[in-house]
Ligand binder design. Structure first.
Ligand SMILES: [Zn+2]
Length: 490
């Protein structure tokens, strides 16, 4: 008798959480060749090469963290290694990363046909989880490349940074083309954004089979409003820290940018629009109005776990500087209400590992306008959502929609985002009754601090499986970085 077993792995006694389901059922999960083969109340242990008893832990589909920035402040190879460990620790099995030409990231310009092969070569063998890229067309040549980027590289989502007009990454900037490394005679402005949308629309037309998963994402802040308010707040000088940063990039700057983006989407018939990291009541309100005004546009609304867990009075201070800013408590509550009302489509980390020595000015660490923007958090995404969401009455399946199912569908990850036969066996086992206090020293990330320091979370990610292979077990990363490139649609 040398018959190979029906399953490579059976995970017994899991409470399976699935997007869109009203119940969480106690089931055994059978895995074969990296895929989920069977869900059943009782699978026989004899049928498996390996059997694990999950002891009634929750099984979430592996998270799709649809907004990360691997390689922005540290060399890509190194950042991929350390920060994808943090992802695995958080139950993330698919990491979608924003990438562009210009300063930071790869610190180079040029067409994406030369840039992307280098990014993919450096990425290969350095990610512990599966990974993909969103790209930002920064110059005219990039716009012409969009249909090819879909075909050759499987990149189906394109980003516009609306605030780069007269702002750099961290504050006012006088020379846009130096920062973005774009031709001197080109401008990164509303006209450029329009032509990016036309390029994305053209890609949809050229790839009718993929048109539903081709989309345009926008960072919605208005450069002119931010520049004026930043000057006012800096000259006034009475406000400090996160509150000063919030006032320097006020919520109506988001609302206005959303209105402009939406009208451009309408004008260009670029119908799949993702409004990234909305942070305020005014941003949500603007998005609602635009959805009513332009019902033929398929808007998606994103919120980050940082904007849900922190406010301007959080003790982390400059460590939580991020764009758009952390907001006052009333805005945080408005975000939660939108989540509960199903007006938010997905929740992400916006993970960008920015180490202490780079994050704050070493002479004046309390000066918010001297600090750099962005911080990590992918390792806390699920634990934090379960902790705070449970308090607010959210169901587990709703949470799974927000961190797995919805982003997987929008971004063309057709074998990700659910626990069902035929899907990749990306599974997170969670103990919803084991709490912990966040301490950066316990994180797999290389960042060294976290704005979430000291927060008490009520649920712990215990194990993470990537395509049926255990990659994280109770505090330890298992095995080598064997994440695969997600050429979309899968
Ligand atoms: Zn981001």
């Amino acid at each position: 008798m040398t018959n190979s077993p029906a399953y490579d792995l059976i995970i017994k006694n899991t409470r399976v959480v699935r997007p869109g389901k009203s119940t969480v059922d106690l089931l055994d999960i059978g895995v074969k060749d990296g895929k989920i083969a069977c869900l059943s109340p009782e699978l026989s242990p004899e049928d498996a090469g390996q059997v694990v008893d999950a002891q009634n832990k929750l099984a979430f589909p592996g998270l799709v963290d649809a907004h990360m920035h691997t390689g922005i402040y540290n060399p890509l190879a190194e950042d991929a290694r350390t920060e994808s460990r943090a992802a695995a620790m958080g139950g993330v099995t698919s990491s979608l990363n924003y990438m562009r030409t210009g300063q930071y990231y790869m610190n180079k310009g040029g067409p994406y046909r030369d840039f992307m092969p280098e990014v993919l070569e450096i990425s290969d063998g350095n990610f512990y989880v599966d990974y993909g890229y969103h790209l930002a067309p920064m110059m005219n040549e990039h716009i012409r490349e969009i249909p090819d980027l879909v075909d050759k590289f499987g990149v189906t989502s394109f980003k516009i940074f609306m605030f780069y007009g007269s702002h750099g990454l961290h504050g006012r900037s006088s020379d846009q083309s130096d920062f973005l490394m774009t031709p001197k005679d080109e401008k990164y402005d509303y006209a450029h954004f329009e032509f990016v949308m036309r390029g994305v629309k053209k890609a949809m037309e050229q790839h009718p089979d993929k048109k539903d998963v081709i989309s345009c994402s926008l960072h919605c802040e208005t450069a002119e409003i931010m520049t004026a308010y930043t000057r006012m707040v800096e000259e006034d000088g009475t406000l400090t820290g996160l509150r000063a940063y919030h006032e320097s990039r006020p919520p109506h700057s988001e609302g206005l940018a959303i209105a402009i983006a939406s009208y451009l989407a309408h004008e260009t018939d670029c119908v799949n629009i993702n409004l990234l990291h909305l942070t305020s009541r005014k941003a949500l309100d603007s998005a609602e109005r635009m959805a009513l005004a332009f019902p033929h546009i398929n808007f998606r609304k994103e919120v980050t776990i940082g904007h849900l867990m922190l406010d301007v009075d959080s003790p982390c201070g400059c460590h939580a500087k991020v764009n758009p800013p952390i907001r006052p408590r009333a805005d945080v509550e408005a975000l939660w209400q939108a989540v509960l009302d199903r007006k938010v489509d997905w929740i992400v980390s916006d993970h960008a590992c920015c180490k202490e020595e780079m994050k704050v000015d070493n002479q004046q660490p309390d000066k918010i306008f001297l600090a750099k923007s962005g911080f990590g958090g992918t390792e806390y995404l699920l634990s934090a959502l379960i902790s705070e969401g449970s308090k607010r009455g959210m169901s587990y399946s709703h949470m799974a929609e927000l961190v797995s199912g919805n982003p997987a569908r929008r971004y063309g990850l057709t074998t990700k985002g659910d626990i069902a036969p035929g899907y990749d066996a990306d599974i997170v086992l969670v103990d919803p009754a084991e709490g912990f206090v966040v301490h950066a020293e316990n994180s797999q990330s290389a960042q060294g601090y976290t704005p979430f320091e000291g927060q008490e979370l009520s649920a712990t990610v215990k194990q993470t499986y990537l395509r049926g292979r255990l990659i994280y077990d109770n505090g330890t990363i298992i095995g080598d970085p064997e994440g695969r490139y997600l050429k979309r649609p899968l």
